[in-house]
Write a protein that binds this ligand. Structure first.
Ligand code: ADP
Ligand code: DP6
Ligand code: CO
Length: 360
């Protein structure tokens, strides 16, 4: 083998936005959550990470650049992903001497997010899903998305849900080694294809408290959080799966907004309190309520027609059905169009969810 031979793979990974939120780790080392969660994978034509992985005997050390700047990859979570992927590649090479010796080579990773990083729009989800998927492709692993999700989870919890399209659950699992803490598809995107998401970017700034740090502070100090984990989420997970299977938008909408509000209440109940939502976020909540009230006030119309959710950041994700596009997106655009505080990709409509099932 020539020493300048380069092996390369490239992949896209979509963002997913949880409707039942993951918040809290029972094992920070393995990234095992305190509760199960459920999300909708958005279209990778819109918000997505694109990552290329190369390996070659001439690459001197592992590296990752994100949107052109060098990243520190010495952290335990990135290292856990790289170690696991290399170990599995080594096993393949041990069983087949004709395979090129990629496990021993250093990796050069080049990644681009086409949306704000660390601003509450799930960059860690798309980012680590792309990182794990692209190395698995480079190493020619015959692994299913669920098997890969166990590895991606160790990079960032929410990443395990970005390996699949449609409606995806992350089962918290019971095993101490995390072997059953994986993502599975609740329903493919084509099961409920008219679901839409409107992303309202209130701020593209990096958040002050990362998700990782924020959830650990909540686990350590919030009494409300104990009730969330024990009582609130388990019931909501079952109800949300049912709402999705039955394509029941009213149930989906109520569960989504209540779970977002319960999660942000736990942030407020954290000591010291964490504020991810801001005045602009609260304005988005009021607009959603007004759109729904207006719809329900019209003769013969049942609601709601939209619902909202906020991750660990101020940016709103508004879910609605395609038939109600004008009623929802039209109103948002007319109200927030030029309002100071809504910037960048304001009013961006995510047109279609990824219906690829598994990513290519
Ligand atoms: P977010 O709300 O955007 O998910 P987090 O605080 O959870 O914010 O995570 C942000 C971190 O995720 C970044 O600081 C970076 O370490 C990591 N990350 C984001 N995008 C990528 C990417 N494309 N590749 C690798 N890591 C990424
Ligand atoms: C509010 O997956 O970013 O978006 O596992 O520490 O990387 P780490 O946290 P992360 O947390 C996401 C929190 C959330 C809810 C969700 O996506 O379920
Ligand atoms: Co994140």
């Amino acid at each position: 083998m020539a020493s300048d031979e380069v092996y390369r793979a490239s992949t896209f990974a979509p963002v997913n936005i949880a409707v039942i939120k993951y918040w809290g780790k029972r094992d920070p080392k393995l990234n095992l959550p305190t509760n199960s969660s459920l999300s909708v994978t958005l279209s990778q034509d819109d918000l997505r990470t694109h990552t290329t992985a190369s390996c070659s005997p001439s690459i001197p050390h592992d590296s990752l650049t994100l949107n052109g700047s060098d990243q520190d990859i010495s952290g335990a979570r990135t290292q856990a992903c790289l170690h696991e992927l290399r170990t599995q590649r080594q096993q393949l090479e041990d069983g087949d001497s004709t395979l090129p010796k990629l496990a021993a080579m250093k990796l050069k990773l080049v990644s681009e997010n086409n949306f704000p990083t660390a601003a509450g729009l799930a960059s860690s989800a798309a980012g680590f899903a792309a990182l794990v998927r692209v190395i698995a492709d480079l190493y020619a692993f015959p692994l299913t998305p669920t098997q890969l999700s166990r590895i991606a989870r160790q990079g960032s919890g929410s990443a395990c849900r970005s390996l699949m399209g449609g409606y995806v659950a992350w089962e918290k699992g019971v095993e101490a080694d995390g072997s059953d803490s994986v993502a599975y598809e609740v329903a493919p995107a084509h099961h409920w294809p008219d679901m839409r998401a409107l992303i309202l970017v209130a701020s593209a700034e990096k958040k002050d408290v990362s998700s990782t740090a924020g959830m650990q502070q909540t686990v350590a100090s919030s009494a409300l959080f104990e009730q969330r984990v024990k009582e609130v989420v388990p019931k909501r997970m079952r109800a949300m799966e049912k709402a999705i299977h039955e394509r029941d938008f009213a149930a989906f909408a109520a569960l989504t907004r209540k779970d977002s509000n319960n999660f942000h209440a736990c942030c407020l109940d954290t000591d010291p309190p964490i504020f991810y939502m801001n005045d602009t976020s609260r304005c988005a909540v009021r607009i959603c309520e007004a759109i729904n009230a207006n719809h329900e006030a019209s003769a013969g119309k049942e609601g709601p027609v939209c619902t909202y959710t906020f991750d660990a950041g101020p940016n709103a994700v508004v879910y609605y059905l395609a038939d109600n596009e004008e009623e929802v997106v039209g109103v948002f655009k007319s109200i927030v169009g030029d309002k100071t505080g809504w910037e960048g990709k304001r009013g961006q409509t995510v047109k279609r969810m990824n219906d690829a099932g598994a990513l290519k």
